[in-house]
Design a protein around this ligand. Sequence first.
Ligand code: AMP
Ligand code: MG
Length: 481
Amino acid sequence: MTSLAALGPPFSIPAAPTPLPAPVRLIGNEALAVELQLPSSLWRGPDATALLAGNRSWPGYAARATVYAGHQFGRYTRQLGDGRALLVAEIDTASGPRELQLKGAGPTPYARGADGRAVLRSSIREYLASEAMRALGVPTTRALSLVTSPLAVQRECTETAAVVCRVAPSFLRFGHFEYHARNGTPEPLAVLADHAIERHFAHLLDIADVFERRALWLTDVIERQARLIAMWQTLGFCHGVMNTDNCSILGLTLDYGPFGFMERFRAHHVCNHSDTEGRYAYAAQPAIGQWNCARLIDACTSLLHDDPAAAAERARALQAVYERAYDRAVMQRWRAKLGLLEVRVGDAALINRLLTLMQQGRCDFTQTFRALGGDDPTAMRTRFAEPEPFDAWLVDWRQRSIAEGSSERERRARMCRTNPAIVLRNDLAQTAIDAAERGDASELMGLVRVLQRPFDEHAVDARYAEPAPAHRPELEVSCSS
Ligand code: AMP
Ligand code: MG
């Protein structure tokens, strides 16, 4: 099975990391190192930090950067690519192939004049978010390690350099396909799609007809994207930069930047300070997911048949996939959050009524759902701007739930397995960042441990479950990283 790197140009080119001065390993992901079966000489040996900083190359592997394009805030950019994330290793594990990337290891030929570095602040946020999402059951890229250095990096102010080693079966993005659809000859696009199918969607290889196989592959990619965004919505997660170059064909949460777990519920919450138009607001994410899938279908239409009319017909059918998959997935998740098992007419209205009340009451997203599954949901009434409509909602929800015949105790247990007590709140991340900037990684390690058990209230210091204090404005996070 060929790896992407082995396909060579025009998909990727060799690009060496730039050594990081005096690297220090701040944190490492032991469980992931075990999963990857990294030999201890690579993970613990004296050269391990050098390896994870990009100061030494992985045995037998020449680092590479891949090229992609993408729709950024709705506008097409014809060439982006791995400007600062180098593919440094590929590993075959019991769970399939894994690629290792060093993010922030210096500029590549695709850096477009930028420095190729990442800052400690956003590297910590990426590390924490990947761990948090995994524990919440959300598909995500992983983080293996975080190395920092005294090297200063200039952003809005001077910051500290860091390198995250991140891991995924593949970092292929919608943008890779957009790039090859619009640049030069048609062959590379087909080669890339067939490579992705062979390596990451092997269950489709039984389908003899190549056009049908590719259509089913796109269906799978779109359904994964729809299910991913349904998960984000029901956790109050906002990605912040849902450009097509940040969309994984495996349906992973990819490229953590100015993301945020929403605290006070606001449908039009925008977590990215640079997103002045609110293109990627919480409530806009599902439709943006659909728009992004439409861009992928556009890019891949020529792969669907020799005859352009037949290809266009297949593409039209694919355009309907996202909405169906999203609606099914999101309602299934909302129901689960309310502890409901059966599909009933009126479920969407029930959840929308609650969300409206939460918005009016500026209720904390995570705490509200967690408390609904607690001992006494009626005690929450004072959190709502108008308690009476909430009382009425509670009665309707109770009736709906009793009608299903499941016991209150079982429902509560289900809800506690679905609604986390802990999410990565911006101020929790910031506390860990401030300590790490002073050279103290203990906050970061403590926070990782808590995020790894998000449904487990009892193991947790109460401060991790609390929203940011009301008098403090929610932290603003921008694209600069
Ligand atoms: P992002 O906003 O991180 O998703 O990045 C968008 C594009 O800009 C990607 O092609 C990145 O590789 C590139 N990029 C972002 N920051 C840097 C940087 N500091 N140096 C080089 N390339 C960068
Ligand atoms: Mg990106």
